[in-house]
Every structure is written in C-alpha cells, then in structure tokens.
Design a protein around this ligand. Structure first.
Ligand code: SF4
Ligand code: SF4
Length: 68
C-alpha cells in the first residue's frame, strides 16, 4: 500500500500526524506532509478522514487484502 499526499492541497497543518495512532513514527510534516514509515501503518484511514484539505489518498494493493 501507499499513502499519497496531494502537495497542491496539503497546507502542512500536521493534523494527520496528530490524529494518526502512530503519527510520530509514520508522518513527517514540514511544509508538506509525507508518510514515510508505512510499515507502522495499519490502514485505519484516520489520517485521510481527518485531513481538512482532503489531501490524503490511501492506496491499497491487492496483497493488502486480508488472507482467507
Ligand atoms: S492533515 Fe492534510 S493538509 Fe494537514 S498536513 Fe496532513 S495532509 Fe497536509
Ligand atoms: S491509515 Fe491510520 S495508521 Fe496509517 S498513516 Fe493513516 S492514521 Fe496513521
């Protein structure tokens, strides 16, 4: 999976980092937010739902689907 941040929309407010349960481990927010350490991410999608600019897109790959 990957997390894409739309740089045109992102204001660097840092809400994604604050709201993410693993925020400080995953998010690097300077002028723009970047999700860097995705191995800590458990795809809760809180970051995307809390972003006021709707700038975060979580892209799941086929291998992320739960195994049966
Ligand atoms: S919450 Fe959205 S606008 Fe704010 S820093 Fe994160 S990605 Fe950027
Ligand atoms: S999906 Fe959840 S764990 Fe992953 S970066 Fe977003 S808020 Fe953090």
């Amino acid at each position: 999976m990957r997390i894409e941040v739309d740089e045109d929309k992102c204001t660097g407010c840092g809400i994604c980092k604050e709201e993410c349960p693993k925020g400080a481990k995953i998010w690097d927010v300077n002028k723009k937010a970047m999700a860097t350490n995705l191995r800590y991410c458990h795809l809760c999608t809180i970051c995307a739902s809390k972003c006021p600019e709707d700038a975060i897109r979580i892209v799941r790959d086929a291998q992320d689907e739960p195994k049966k």
